[in-house]
Design a protein around this ligand. Structure first.
Ligand code: LMR
Length: 342
């Protein structure tokens, strides 16, 4: 009896094995895409990653499975890029500021202060030839760039009022890993302290940092407003993302799957870009009405003074951003005349 049961099981197992050998690879196990990012699921990036997952899984009829790891659960800023290159994850959406290490200094052009007048100016740059060319530069690092996702304009928060540039003197301000941002803080008389987003809360709590710059959505979703007393609506820089994949993984996908994923990503991108601006303006309203921080909006005249004070950053950035990229982006973005000087 025992013997008969074993034999039947063996026959079934052998038959299953034989059958699976005849099936195409995708029928045996779904292709897994691990998508890691460093912000919460309720941000525009988090929601668009979820939308991509739903579209990718349903449109491939389950041949692809997407696992999302939000809020630095798996990897922090720098680590996630290493993980992508090693193939430990397949997809990321890091900020453009973090891509200079894998795509070259030109990526830091997006960090230049007061470069973009509005979201449309940013989209003009990334949806044109410069956007395509920049993504192509990632390929030498084994990365393929697929899309640009918006976020919005950064504001400063601090443990004291930060209404004018002189208020920053001697302070430690968290920035992302970008030489342009280091130069920006130096020009303001402050020290730019580079660290991963996941560590900002603790660094502010312990007093190792006096302040930081980010978009309202990140400030609120990382609960940085619990630790800061002041916020200045400086809108001095733009934060945006590139959706990137491990190039070898992407190139080896069956062509029909790759096409479905490209279209799914295009739809998720439209969704992301439709959310970003409104989400930041809602977050700023909530930060203002919460009463936790004193929110200061500089006057047009004060912002003009900020702009002038930060112009030397453009000169400094010439050391690592190519003159062609610098001059092209200023034209396309519609930078103010004072910045258009070569
Ligand atoms: C940051 O590090 O502050 C941002 O890049 C986080 C993000 O992905 O929005």
């Amino acid at each position: 009896m025992f013997h008969t049961a074993i034999s039947r099981r063996m026959v079934l197992a052998t038959a299953a094995l034989a059958l699976s050998a005849c099936l195409p690879v995708w029928a045996q196990a779904p292709i897994l895409i691990q998508f890691s990012h460093v912000v919460t699921s309720d941000t525009a990036k988090g929601k668009a990653a979820q939308r991509f997952k739903e579209l990718a899984e349903s449109r491939t009829g389950g041949r692809v499975r997407v696992e999302i790891y939000p809020n630095s659960q798996l990897y922090k800023d720098r680590e996630e890029l290493d993980a992508l290159r090693l193939g430990a994850v397949q997809m990321l959406a890091p900020s453009l500021s973090k891509l200079a290490g894998v795509g070259g200094g030109d990526f830091e052009v997006f960090d230049l202060p007061f470069l973009f007048k509005d979201h449309a100016a940013f989209r003009r740059v990334v949806d044109g030839p410069m956007g395509t060319e920049l993504l192509r530069k990632l390929e030498a690092s084994g990365i393929k760039g697929l899309a640009y996702w918006d976020n919005g304009f950064k504001v400063f928060t601090g443990d004291r009022p930060l209404q004018a540039i002189r208020d920053f003197k001697g302070l430690r301000i968290r920035i992302q890993a970008s030489r342009v941002l280091v130069a920006q803080m130096k020009t303001m008389g402050a020290e730019g302290s580079i660290g991963p987003l996941a560590s900002v809360h603790e660094a502010l709590r312990s007093g190792r940092l006096n302040g930081q710059e980010n978009v309202p959505v990140n400030i609120q979703s990382q609960r940085l407003d619990d630790l800061q007393s002041h916020l200045t609506v400086s809108n001095h820089g733009y934060l945006a993302y590139a959706v990137i994949v491990n190039k070898t993984f992407w190139d080896k996908l069956p062509a029909d799957i790759r096409t479905i994923l490209e279209v799914a990503l295009r739809d998720a991108t439209l969704y992301e870009n439709s959310l970003a601006e409104a989400e930041n303006s809602k977050a700023l309203d909530r930060l203002t009405s919460s009463g936790k921080l004193a929110v200061y909006t500089p006057t047009a005249q004060e912002l003009q003074e900020w702009r002038q004070a930060l112009e030397p950053v453009y000169q400094e950035a010439k050391d690592w951003i190519s003159p062609q990229t610098l001059s092209a982006i200023k034209q396309i973005a519609g930078a103010p005349p004072s910045l258009l000087r070569p």
